[in-house]
Design a protein. Sequence first.
Length: 334
Amino acid sequence: MTSLLPATAVAHPNIALVKYWGKRDEHLMLPCADSVSMTLDVYPTTTTVQLRPDATNDVVIMDGRFLRGESSQRVTRFLDLVRTQADSRDRVLVDSRNTAPVGVGLASSSAGFAALALAASKAFQLSLDHRALSRLARRGSGSAARSVFGGFVHWHAGTDYAPDPDFASYAEPVTDTRLDLALLAVLLDTAPKPVSSREAMRRTMTTSPAFHRWLAATRTDTALMRGALRAGDVQAVGEIAERNAMGMHAAMEAAVPPVVYRTSASHHVLRQVRRLRAAGERMWATMDAGPNVKVLCLPGDAARLADQLRRLSHRPVLVARSGPGATLHRGEAR
Ligand code: DP6
């Protein structure tokens, strides 16, 4: 007999230092390559899941509004996986609250599905270890596999030769580093994405002649990134992250039709980052599926560099640090 107590979980978005771009299996959400990220301490998502055994459908509320259409179906398909694991047919009420402004470009789906995986598995009384939780979160959104953990995180692509490829792809924390990084996000644009990252990934994989070269480089970058983190070498971490992200965007832009997230404002900030670096500043750029430029630096330099970027871009700059993994809020009554 399942408990009807609601379960609430909190998770944070993460920024990839070696990017995930391309799935080798869309159904199982298996990535083409490993990736490495840092979970952030900003913009948590809080999600409550409550079983509704007598109901005939799931109800999903996001930021106070009922979710409908494809977004709601995506959540229901994810909940079906949880129901299968729990051997239950119970429908649920999901109430999810994001704190990130829309379009801020810090993959809210990473925090969203990590929080949902934890809250739903608790509501259905599944006892999943962290690795199993990461596998489950992956099925909602690839990058969510990494937000299960705090700090630096390595998501293993796994292998199709494994007896169960689904089982072989999970994230785990990077424990052999003492490096502490900050992330500055230059908020250039909050308009909706011209192309969803899921579609953009698919198009890049299937049509971009540059994709396979980027993928091969990414496989090397993961090993180099792990070494740089272990050595606490901020310069190597920054250089690998910047080249990996710029290579990903170059591959997207070579897709047919092109996937272009970098705007003239993004290029302006990228140039300022290179200029300040040439003047001796330790800062490196990364970008995701949107126009905002994010900058990696040491925490001690963050406030000063954020001020410089505000002055040069005339845009808001957010300062983030390393954040925690997904956590459960126990026993609250609603
Ligand atoms: C550019 O995890 O949002 O942020 O798995 O299709 O839900 P789906 O994609 P998502 O993609 C993230 C892409 C990225 C790079 C990264 O976070 O590694």
